[in-house]
Structures are given as structure tokens and as C-alpha cells.
Design a protein around this ligand. Sequence first.
Ligand SMILES: Cc1ncc(C[n+]2csc(CCOP(=O)(O)OP(=O)(O)O)c2C)c(N)n1
Ligand SMILES: [Mg+2]
Length: 693
Amino acid sequence: MAVSEQVLATGQQLDTLCINTIRTLAIDAVQQANSGHPGAPMGLAPVAYALWEKFLRYDPADPTWLNRDRFVLSNGHASMLLYALLYLAEVRQVDDQGHVTKELAVPMDQIKHFRQLGSRTPGHPESHITSGVETTTGPLGQGVGNSLGMAMASRWLAATFNRPGYEIFDWNVYAMCSDGDLMEGIGGEAASLAGHLKLSNLCWMYDHNSITLDGPANWSFSEDVATRFIGYGWNVTRVSDANDLEMITRAYEVFKKTTDRPTLIIVDSHIGYGSPHKQDTNAAHGEPLGEDEVKLVKKFYGWPEDAKFLVPDGVKEHFQEVVGKRGADLRSKWSKTFNDYSQKFPELAEQLKKIQHHELPSGWDKDLPTFPADAKGVATRESSGKVLNAVAKNIPWMIGGSADLATSNKTTLKFEEADGDFSACNYNGRNLHFGVREHVMGAAVNGMTISGIRAFGATFFNFSDYMKASIRLAALGQLPAIFIYTHDSIGVGEDGPTHEPIEQLAGLRAMPNLIVLRPGDANEVTECWKVIAKQQHTPVALVLTRQNLPTLDRTKYAAASGVAKGGYVLADSQGKPDVILIATGSEVSLCVEAYEKLKAEGVKARVVSLPSWEIFDNQDQAYKDSVLPPDVTARVSVEMAATFGWERYTGSKGRNIGMKRFGASAPLKDLLKYFGFTVDKVVEEARAAIATK
Ligand SMILES: Cc1ncc(C[n+]2csc(CCOP(=O)(O)OP(=O)(O)O)c2C)c(N)n1
Ligand SMILES: [Mg+2]
């Protein structure tokens, strides 16, 4: 008797067979890895199955299909639930160039290598590793935050690209989430903004299993979630038993019928469903069941107790017949429509191709401003606002906004084609208002970016801390997200130390795959935006001043195009320099002044502007040595921030002018004097460096 017959002989319906396959795959993979969370997939399998089986518009043969529904697993610890679905649906792997291959994203071999080095089944889902994983999740709350950005992207793309008779975009976003996702502040921020924006294409399935890692959820979580979400303006529906497929189906139907609000489906479930010991207990559930319990659970499911990684005949076939066929039909219908659309609107179709591959439109860098030399100068936030407007005009799918500081961050897109504000009444607008919600702004920017849009989010640099977890996931997930930060130092002045960043530069520079850019004047700002626009796999933090900076005379000093190499010699002397002054941002012009003074005294100084450590570090050794010759050891760094890390460039004999404490509240000119950011101080340190070299 074939195993499927054996299992079916126990009276299981095909649905149950599929659901128990998902469950047992999760159990076996976690057991084999000897680590991971089997409980959540066991409890949630029917909820995910009902979605994939009946509703999800997804073609496993092309996980890059533009109009696919997005399935987000915000409770990333339940990763085996997602991997089992990708395996059963036979989702294809996409290569680095974005081409769909014949290879499966998650073949059985990958399930068996769950959590192993180099596998496509890491402990938590990572979108750049596994096709079909829409976004990287694990830090609770980030996935639901991404889902907000994705739902915004779907609405914006529809409003911008659909034409009468050509509904190119109407995809929905389904996010599975857990108690942790809704306890996290970011989850509340996301829900609040989604309700405000009336994103009826957004559905969250909340795994209300009354348990978290430490014990019963009610040790720390007792609010009425339904009432809270109704307050946010959501449609709330409830399924009192996660195994009731009919009720789950009805809940999804309610979502599909709702046209004016996002939907929350609260599903009462049992973690580790079928486990005699773990469900409804305080026992830790982030661990394998253990061989004995695995057998008991399999018995409960009517499963052969000793079978491992069993996929009964008919299960994969069923996924093909429903998910696969529905997806293929929908995509082929869509492709026909899209072909006609491409004939009728070739320009729009071309844009969509570029969007999909994170490519730039031709002419993206035309009409970018250059700034004449000006001693009084302009704040880099101000020049950035001008350059951003020029760049965004050339890249029609660049959209973004601020966490309630747009007038300070200078991030408003003012040209006519920007179509004003993105709102529930105008999903076409390119100016986003995130409200005072920095954290979810970061996650939403990521969600939009992963949907192809060049999204940006802005706030004061100091508050980058509030969105750090999202910046980190942009970097890990290789998303070219754009984070704009103004008010970048004690240059903030009177607002004082609560608003004056100190360690933020060092912190962000320590993050892998993030480019930090701190331009030294308006023309460096233009060059920075060129760097930003070209990114395809790397997020950027652009760090800008509130206060005016001189616009350097580029006929006298080197061209700002040196920014492309991360750092460059801005001002130099004949022959080998006696001392090198290295700075970023507002301290570059300070060093130029010190350089002029030293020069007048006959000291051969060099000024290096170093707007991006990461880009500079990636240059070849010859270039780096040409900028910072190893035999010139008298070096001074100047940056109004923690000096942490500057030794890398100044060496053991160098000197670092920076901040060794929090700032203070005072007019800027007083702070500069007090903390030693003066020409005299730089000159003095330069002399000292020369004396001790
Ligand atoms: C931001 C964040 N904090 C902590 C964790 C560690 N962690 C993983 S699962 C979990 C809680 C599990 O409770 P719940 O969210 O209800 O999920 P369930 O166990 O019910 O699946 C925690 C604290 C995490 N993944 N992310
Ligand atoms: Mg829970």
C-alpha cells in the first residue's frame, strides 16, 4: 500500500493530508536541525493552506510576476511553514539577474538542510537567498511593517500605471503575524497608518495562540486587540478555531469583499497543535519536539510514526492543480493584457521593466543642479532638497516622505508631476506622510523598495536610532532603500543633546552593506545623489546638515566628482604633505580653512574629504594610498561626532577631533568654540601631529 493510501486509509481528507504534510515537514526539519520552532507552523498550517489553496494569486512558475499577491511571514520564526509551502507549490528559484530558472527554490534537499550553512532554508526567511520569500523577517514587527509598504506600493503602482481596461496592478498583501508582532510598537505604527490610508488590499492573519516564548501571552499582553484595530479603522474578523477551514475561508472572503479598510483576521490557534505536551503549556516552544513526542504527534495526525519528510502522493499534485493552475491561468491572462498594454503604452511598459530590475531610466541624471562657489553657502539639507527634486523628476517611480519633518528635512517633491500627497483619496501622490512613526517608516520604505519603487524616508539623524532595525534589514536584505537624515550633529545647536547625534555615524558605519554618505558641500550633495540613484542592492543613509556650509570654489579645489570614490584629495600642496586633514560633512570646509592658514605658514597640508568610508574602503589599494600615503603619518580627523573608528584612517600617530560626550544646548557658534571645532584648534592639532609623527 502506498503511503498516501495508508494515510488516506485513516480517513483523512485531501485538505487535511496537505495540512498535515506541512506540519510534519516542519516537525521533521526542526528535529533534524535540532533547532527551530515547530509549534507555530503546526498551529498555523490550516490558515496558510487555506490562503494558498483558495485565494493567493501566485504562479510558482514565476515568482517575479509583477501582479502576484504577496505572502509575508512576519512571525519569521515559523519559517518552516513558508519553506513547506514553497516546496509543495514548487516555486522556482530566480537567479542573480532576476531570471526565473528551472530549479526549485526549496527542493526536498533544502528542507532536509534547514538551518545549515549555505542552505536556502536559513533559520528565518531571507528574501535575497530564497525565491518566493517576499521579504526578510525574524525581528518581530518588521514583516507587518514591510506589508504596509507593500500595500502602499500596490496602490501607488495601480494609481500610476493602470489605464482604463488595463488593470495591470491589483495585488493584495497577506501578512501572517503573531502576538509578538502585535506587541511590538512597530506593529501598532503599521496598523495605525494602514488604517488611516484605508489600505483594503492589506490582510493580516493574527495567530492568536495566547502564548509567547516565556509563557502565556497574558503575562504581558492582555489588551483587546480587536477593539484596538477597530479603533485604527480596520475591519476585524475572527476565526475561533484554526482548524476550521470553512470559517477561515469565510474570513478571507470577507477580506476580499472589503473595499474601504484593511482586514485583521484573528485566528484562535493552538501552538504545536497535536502535541500532547506543548500546547497550552508554559513550556518553551522554540525548540524541537524530541523524537518521542514527534512520534506521538504523528500518531495524532494519523501519520506513519516512523516516516520522515513524508509527502504522500497527491499532495504536491493538489498544490499544482490549485495554486499552480490558478496562478498560471491568472498570469497568462495578465500577460495578454500586459502585451496589449505594452503596445498601447510602450513608455509605461518600459518603465515597469526598469522598476522590476531596479534599473534607472535613461536621462535619470539630466538637469542635476550644480552650485556656484559661495562663502555663506547653503545647508546640505537645502541643497539635497533641490537635487532630490531634480533626481525624482527624472525617475518617475521615486517616491517618499518624512516622519513629520518634511519641512525640516526638505524632502517634499514640489514639481507638478509629483501629484501631491499620497493619501486614501489620492494613491497617485508621490509625497508620503509617515507621521511621527520613524520605525515603520523604515520598514515601509523597505516594503516599497522590494516592490521596485525607489522609496525614501526622512527624519532627524538622531532618530535613525528609532528605525535602526529596519535599516539593518534593508542592508541584510540587499534593498536599495534611501534614508535621508538631516540635523546631523551638534550643529543642531539650541535643541540640545537630545537632538544632537553623536554615535550614530559610527553605529551605521559599522553595519555591513550600508553606505553612509555625509557630503561636505552642495556640489558633493549632487554627487551623493548620483551614488544613491545607482544602487541596486545596497541601502544608503544620506546625512545632512541643518546649518549653512560654504559652497567650495571647485576651480580652486578638486572637483566634487571625487565623491564617487568615497574619498578624495580636495586640497593639496606641492610634494609630499606634512600633514593630512581628513573630514566629512560640515567639517570639510573647516579643514579647508585650516589648510589655508597652514599653507600661509609654510606648512604643506592636504585636505581629504571622505563622505563615505564604505565606498572609499572598496577602492583599490593604489587609489587609497594615493589619497592617504602610508608614509604620511601626521594625520588629523575632524568630525562633530564620536571619534570611534577614525583611527582606521589616522593611524596610531594620528589625532582625532570629535565628540567625547553628549552635546549641549546653545547657539551653534558657542558650541563650536566650546567643543573645539575651530580653525585654530585644527591648526593646533595639525602642528602637534607633525611634531609627534
Ligand atoms: C524583535 C524580536 N524580539 C524578540 C524575538 C525573539 N522571539 C522569537 S519568537 C518570540 C515570541 C514568540 O511569541 P509569539 O510572537 O506569540 O509567537 P509564537 O511563539 O506564538 O509563534 C520571541 C520573543 C524576535 N524574534 N524579535
Ligand atoms: Mg503567540
